[in-house]
Write a protein of this length. Structure first.
Length: 348
């Protein structure tokens, strides 16, 4: 077995069932950690933090050093891609990301794919630094690169900020399908290039976050979630045939089977609302399931967390499985609860 596939996460992503399963957490680097808050204050603003390799690499490594996770995930943000293409982006305190809404062909034409590689070069440098540090300090931990899936990124670009159901985005998909397809096509191409750069810099696997996939009806889900993901993953697999790809079509439980049948993913992330046993039945036996502890159960800790962990582990025993959350770690999460979670999963 090649040395890199000895890493537990990669073994599972190649179809092996390991017990206890590997564990990492979405948003495992973030505001719940005091060491993160110190680096964040040093950076000044969020975009500077993400695009300063010395700072972003340190933040990426912090949770692996503290908890011994089986993977580090690149510290970045899905909206750095539209920022790199030329769309304005600002992170406001207590409000989140804000972008000038893209609603017409003129705004689409102003996006420039030629400027993205230079703008995103610091991200690749962060990947290189983290890969080197992991090899020296935590050789069993894999490095996950990531990008937002085209539909989810488009949601923020069109609505201009986070919402519960992105009404402007969904309306535009119906009202002006040509414009919407044009944006999705541009984002698909840019995402392929962005993830390729991360892989060439040292990422062991990549993850495609489609955080808002589940707000679409099946007809649009097929057009704007499945089709672009198939294109992105297909292009990556052509360039890197053995590369593991994790798909995360959040809130799309009833479409998981169709998603996996049409996209060559190694694993599918399931969100908090999904029944793990039911989700597993929808997926081929060689495709890993990743998930899906409620982040609020992690906040609560103690008996509530122990019960939920036990139920998930019981449902997933015997198949390729990666323990994770159903969404990201919340800022109010006590770090000691994360340490206890790792202990529970390691105990099997």
């Amino acid at each position: 077995m090649p040395r890199e596939i000895r890493k537990p996460l990669l073994r599972v992503l190649h179809g092996e069932s390991l017990w206890p399963p590997p564990i990492w957490l979405m948003r495992q680097a973030g505001r719940y950690l005091p060491e993160y808050r110190a680096i964040r204050a040093q950076a000044g603003d969020f975009i500077t933090l993400c695009t300063t390799p010395a700072l972003a690499s340190e933040v990426t490594l912090q949770p692996v050093r503290r908890f011994g996770f089986d993977a580090a995930i690149l510290f970045s943000d899905i909206l750095l891609l539209p920022w790199a293409l030329g769309q304005g982006l600002e992170y406001r305190e207590n409000e989140g990301p804000v972008l000038p809404p893209l609603r017409d062909a003129t705004a689409l034409e102003m996006l420039d794919p030629q400027r993205a590689p230079a703008a995103l070069a610091p991200i690749s440098e962060t990947v290189r630094r983290v890969a080197a540090a992991l090899a020296a300090e935590h050789p069993g931990a894999a490095l996950i690169g990531f990008a937002g899936a085209p539909f989810t990124v488009a949601c923020y670009m069109i609505d201009g900020h986070g919402t519960k159901d992105f009404p402007a985005t969904r309306a535009l998909a119906y009202r002006d399908p040509s414009l919407f397809h044009g944006l999705i096509d541009l984002l698909s191409s840019a995402t392929i290039d962005y993830l390729t750069a991360q892989i060439e810099a040292g990422a062991d696997a990549v993850m495609l976050f489609d955080s808002w996939a589940g707000i679409l009806p099946p007809t649009l889900f097929r057009q704007f979630v499945i089709a672009p993901a198939r294109r992105v993953v297909g292009a990556l697999k052509t360039r890197f045939p053995k590369l593991p790809v994790i798909g995360f079509p959040r809130m799309a439980t009833l479409m998981l089977g169709e998603y996996t049948a049409n996209i060559d993913v190694s694993a599918v992330g399931i969100d908090t609302t999904a029944d793990p046993a039911l989700a597993a039945c929808m997926l081929p036996s060689q495709v890993a399931v990743q998930g899906n502890l409620d982040p609020l159960a992690l906040v609560a800790g103690r008996d509530a967390m122990r019960r939920e962990v036990k139920l998930i582990l019981e449902a997933m025993r015997g198949r390729p499985f990666v323990f994770n959350l159903g969404h990201g770690v919340l800022p109010e999460t006590p770090p000691e609860h994360v340490a206890e979670l790792v202990r529970l999963v390691r105990a099997g």
